[in-house]
Design a protein around this ligand. Sequence first.
Ligand code: 13P
Length: 281
Amino acid sequence: MALEKAIEILRYADRQNKCVIGFDAFDLESAKWIIDTAEEEQIPVIMMIYPGDKSITPLSTFGAMVRDLAQQVKVPVGLMLDHGPNFETCMEAVRGGFTSMMIDTSHLDFEENVRQTAEVVKACHCLGIDVEGELGHVGIASREDDYKNTDNFTRVDKAVEFIERTGVDILAISIGTAHGSYISAPQLDLTRLEQINHATDIPLVLHGGTGVPEEQLRAAFARGINKLNYATGYKLKLYEVAKTLMEQGEIRPRMSDLMLAMAEPMRDFIRSIMRLAWPAS
Ligand code: 13P
């Protein structure tokens, strides 16, 4: 089927009381293994790319590639720019055919975050593109303060105001996660999540999926998280699988043989994360 807007995928997930994984990929293989697994499992998925990875795959190439892969499967596939840093980069993704957008100006003060997010929402909505914004800053997992200090967490009243003033379709919130590899166990603020979910009526996103204990993730899905962003764990696994296969020395030393041999272990890994968020009913 053709690409599906992230907001439609997330509304469907919400009706099913399930969560969709937003995977950050960066090239053909890393995208194809995810989409193939989604099709095999019949679990919707949202494909994303970090702006920083456009030096590997330009946004327009990534957009065309995911659009083509999505047309070859029946399962809904979304295409979103992850962490668009500003209006210009978001518009570059629009030109590249992205059907959903994230603008992340959550490191700025509230008023500036509202202003820049609303600007992207206005332009994207004119083009039928849905937008994720972020409120409360989800920082870096190598800095404990980023995920332990509640000053960085999303305030319930501010989430309501942010949604109203920006018009975002999807909201990323900060409740105790961060991007990368945690230096100590994260502890999600599930009470805050419940309060935000109760006070708002748009899909909520949890960034920093790598390394969050499974029982905390399940609790977050049950309390209103409809999209879990996952990047570091996937990229680490790609490297680990490639390294192991090369060290075993059982495949011919050709890049194409390595790629073929990586498919099965990568799909096993992707499947386990998808099933955690979208268990069989
Ligand atoms: P991790 O890299 O910690 O999985 O976080 C990914 C993310 O939130 C991308 O937006």
